[in-house]
Design a binder for this molecule. Structure first.
Ligand code: SF4
Length: 285
């Protein structure tokens, strides 16, 4: 399991969902107007019903079907072909370093860097749109510019740097895993520059406007669509409302910031660890 996994031990507690339950969730999503679907986990490619789930989603009218994955199964051509035929349109593989030393360390799986990179190359051949996600932590933050160069070379359509959310396994490893946002920001900015130069869209997540001066247009929260989440144990009807009202928080000085309305602030666990010193209200746009 990845050393920053927010899902923690949920898989052991809840186990896999039944196909009937997933069917009801897919129907509910369509009734609420969804035409895009993200299938996530755990690792969805190890679910024995994955092809049936995608086929069902397609039949119900979902147009964009994204698989959030470690990308390793996509190194197999048969798998790529079958999942494409089932109806998946996009994959979001996770690459957390530009080399096996960093990536395999963070995933705790020797050989996973090679498999994920091969998966990305193979998935491209099968015509999938590829949007990668990389979790920003202390062990990989200095490597992010090199990672950005690798992602450009792999020909991904878009990449995102999500600041680690201190829950599950990440909370257990918080002492050595969590970077300060201001320490990670210069490397993230360099990585963004590399993507922009190549004409590739780059986004960041959970890094507020006061930390990303000059890079505000790369803040993903500005463009995250309305999202309904069916989690292992519960349903979140409106993920934006959930993030703003419960998951994230703003600090004592934030009301003075020109970005106060747009900004969601950091995930609430972050200031519990590092306080509010880094978050200096912006006086101008
Ligand atoms: S509202 Fe607070 S957290 Fe958000 S950008 Fe302004 S100072 Fe930073």
């Amino acid at each position: 399991m990845c050393k920053f996994c927010v899902q923690g031990t949920k898989r052991n507690i809840f186990g896999p969902k039944s196909i009937e339950r997933i069917k009801n969730e897919l129907i509910s999503g369509r009734k609420n107007g969804a035409c895009g679907l993200v299938i996530t986990g755990g690792e969805p490619t190890v679910n024995k019903n994955i092809f049936d789930i995608i086929k069902l989603a397609k039949k119900l009218g979902y147009e964009d079907i994204q698989i959030q994955t470690n990308g390793r199964m996509f190194k197999y051509s048969d798998f790529c072909s079958d999942i494409k035929k089932a109806g998946a349109t996009e994959i979001s593989p996770a690459l957390h370093g530009s080399n096996p030393e960093i990536h395999d360390y963070l995933t705790s799986v020797p050989g996973s860097f090679k498999e994920t990179a091969e998966g990305i190359i193979n998935a491209k051949k099968y015509g999938f749109r590829i949007i990668t996600n990389s979790v920003v932590t202390k062990p990989n933050m200095q490597n992010l510019p090199a990672l950005a160069s690798l992602l450009c070379a792999l020909g991904v359509s878009q990449f995102q740097f999500a600041f680690v959310h201190i829950q599950g396994r990440a909370a257990e490893n918080a002492k050595w895993l969590i970077a300060k946002k201001t320490a990670a920001a210069p490397f993230i900015m360099k990585a963004i520059d590399i993507g922009v130069k190549k004409g590739i869209p780059v986004f960041t997540e959970a890094i507020p406007y006061c930390i990303l001066k000059g890079y505000e247009t790369h803040i993903a929260e500005r463009i995250i669509p309305d999202t309904q989440i069916f989690d292992a144990e519960s349903e979140i009807r409106d993920f934006t409302e959930f993030r703003r009202g419960y998951g994230k928080i703003k600090g004592p000085k934030c009301k003075k910031c020109v970005y106060y309305k747009q900004c969601e602030g950091p995930w609430k666990e972050y200031p519990e660890l590092f306080g509010w010193e880094e978050f200096i209200p912006r006086k101008s746009y």
